[in-house]
Design a protein around this ligand. Structure first.
Ligand SMILES: [Zn+2]
Length: 313
């Protein structure tokens, strides 16, 4: 049969179903697949309407802002400066509000998103949620601002990230972000499930690949600090309780690559967390060991990223 090429890939309604049942596609998987697509589309639309509602709810909790704001910005800015932060700190106001909604613990120990999912009547904003928005809220409760490593990019479609706290891989559907991202770069973002898919919600920060080691060591130091009071704490606990530290790192990063500044950041963090004298396995012991073995070798964080996650993978 000499059929035009473009028809080849399509399963016709009257053609045999791809599943091999022997039935026509329209009598077999067609209805189920159409329903799935429609469901998926409704969830994507629900994300667009839900996110502004969450921000609206956040703005009714003004009394929580000063403490949250100081924590997120490490006292660097006052609340009055909020409007200027989108310019000063790469969409800082939006990132801060996203963090406030998903991460900041309110008086009863729950986040705003958790409260909206469980007991929305407690939030003074007069909001109603449709079933799809409710479904998203339920699945968004565990989401926190977390660091991710970009593993694979499909330009114009999406990308795969590895969660640096628990090594989980997620395939993110995001056309705009996929055009800006490169393999081995880092993201500090809220990645939310939308049905079976994932999406970045709110504003995210993008870091160059040479910050990978700094980020990893920084996380390790903060975990050691958390373990002083919670000996069994994991990286996941760190994200659940102190995700604001990732913004502290973002604030201190240089705008241009400068290895000595990256080392200073770690040194300052070590001192601030009073980890300097500790011999626990982790950043402190590791660094000293490295210097003893090969003192002439310049540490190069960029190489390490290449080594673990080659670009031609
Ligand atoms: Zn079928």
């Amino acid at each position: 049969m000499a059929k035009p090429k473009e028809k080849k890939a399509k399963t016709g309604r009257n053609g045999p179903c791809w599943c091999g049942s022997g039935k026509k596609y329209k009598d077999c998987h067609l209805a189920q697949e159409e329903a799935q697509r429609a469901e998926h589309l409704r969830l994507w639309r629900a994300e667009e309407t839900l996110f502004p509602k969450i921000f609206e709810a956040a703005q009714t909790l003004l009394e929580n802002f000063p403490v949250a704001f100081a924590q997120f910005w490490q006292d660097k800015y006052s609340l009055e400066e909020l409007d200027s932060l989108d310019d000063q700190e790469q969409r800082g106001a939006e990132r801060c509000l996203t963090w406030f909604s998903f991460d900041h613990l309110l008086a009863d120990g729950r986040t705003l998103v958790e409260t909206l999912a469980q007991t929305p009547e407690q939030i003074p904003a007069d909001l109603t949620f449709d079933p799809y928005e409710k479904q998203l809220l339920q699945s968004w409760q565990p989401v926190r601002m977390r660091p991710y490593l970009v593993q694979e990019v499909q330009k114009g479609k999406g990308f795969t990230v590895k969660d640096l706290l628990n090594e989980t891989l997620s395939v993110v559907t995001d056309q705009a972000a996929s055009k800006r991202l490169e393999v081995a770069e880092l993201l500090i973002a809220h990645i939310v499930p939308i049905g079976e898919a994932y999406h970045i919600t709110g504003a995210a920060a993008q870091l160059t690949s040479d910050t990978y080691e700094t980020l990893r060591d920084f996380m390790q130091m903060h975990l050691l600090d958390l373990q002083k009071t919670q000996p069994t704490a994991t990286m996941n606990d760190l994200a659940q309780q102190r995700s604001y530290i990732f913004n502290h790192l973002l604030m201190s990063l240089p705008h241009e690559h400068n290895p000595s500044i990256l080392e200073d950041i770690l040194l300052q963090t070590k001192v601030a967390l009073q980890l300097a004298g500790q011999s626990v396995a982790g950043i402190v012991g590791k660094e000293e060991q490295k210097e003893e073995v090969a003192p002439e070798e310049e540490p190069n964080s960029g190489d390490a990223v290449e080594e673990h996650f080659p670009k031609n993978q």
